[in-house]
Ligand binder design. Structure first.
Ligand SMILES: [Zn+2]
Ligand SMILES: [Zn+2]
Length: 250
């Protein structure tokens, strides 16, 4: 009997198990605040103190990254300096600081997947306020390299995309694959980041995005290079237009 598990079947098993683990995870986190995990949650899954100290942007949002912008411009200085992006609308739910920064760290690296529902809810609210005029038909999470996804047990963007897909009533499609295991972006210069990401993504076999309006989903928008590379691949494959949504703007 062949007892070795191929990488493909291992991935299949993990995918099969993931929804059960997630459900278990929700059962194990009762009505306690999702951020401090000590006080009882009242509204929006948080205790009053965490709700009060939640970092937030003002009403004037950059059209490309969802961060704050000056009153007289459509986009923020950082997006102007980046030379613009391939998407025409970008929304972020939070600034990347304080309790949100910590929560994202726990979510990505400590297995605290119950936070997906909380992030998705806030991303949906941000999208409803600032996503127009984009009208996406398809939600595409930015992929991890399969080896990293296997180590982590989940793709943080996909978990959120599954929630958002239900709320927005548009399908979630894992259309992209990460071809190379890229180095972590943190700590690299802008040039190094761009070189690191070159040809990092490809469209999966047998998937067509031709003529589709796509909403790309990632966790944190920092330089925008990751989303830019993913956008390039989708546009080359014939996508009609792109918008992006993130948990946080750094
Ligand atoms: Zn709290
Ligand atoms: Zn911006």
């Amino acid at each position: 009997m062949n007892t070795t598990l191929s990488s493909g079947s291992l991935r299949h098993c993990l995918r099969w198990a993931a929804p059960w683990l997630r459900r278990l995870d929700q059962v194990l986190s009762p009505d306690v605040c999702l951020l401090c995990r000590q006080e009882p949650a009242t509204t929006e899954m948080l205790c009053p103190a965490c709700q009060e100290s939640l970092p937030a942007f003002g009403e004037l949002r950059c059209a490309l990254c969802g961060g704050e912008r000056p009153a007289l411009l459509e986009v923020c200085r950082a997006c102007v300096e980046a030379g613009g992006f391939l998407w025409f609308r970008g929304v972020s739910a939070f600034p990347f600081r304080d309790s949100i920064r910590e929560a994202i760290h726990r979510y990505k690296y400590k297995g605290h997947t119950y936070l997906a529902r909380f992030f998705a809810r806030h991303m949906l609210q941000a999208w409803q306020s600032h996503g127009a005029p984009a009208r996406p038909e398809l939600l595409v999470p930015v992929p991890l390299h399969w080896r990293r996804e296997m180590q982590r047990g989940y793709n943080q963007a996909t978990l959120i995309a599954e929630f958002l897909s239900r709320e927005m009533k548009i399908p979630c499609l894992e259309a992209l694959t990460r071809k190379r295991k890229t180095a972590q972006q943190a700590g690299l210069s802008r040039e190094e980041r761009m070189r690191n990401l070159k040809n990092a993504f490809a469209l999966k076999n047998n998937i067509s995005v031709k003529g589709r309006s796509i909403l790309l989903l990632d966790d944190v928008l920092t330089t925008g290079n990751t989303l830019q590379e993913a956008s390039r691949v989708l546009l080359q494959a014939g996508a009609a237009e792109l918008s992006v949504i993130c948990i946080a703007r750094d």
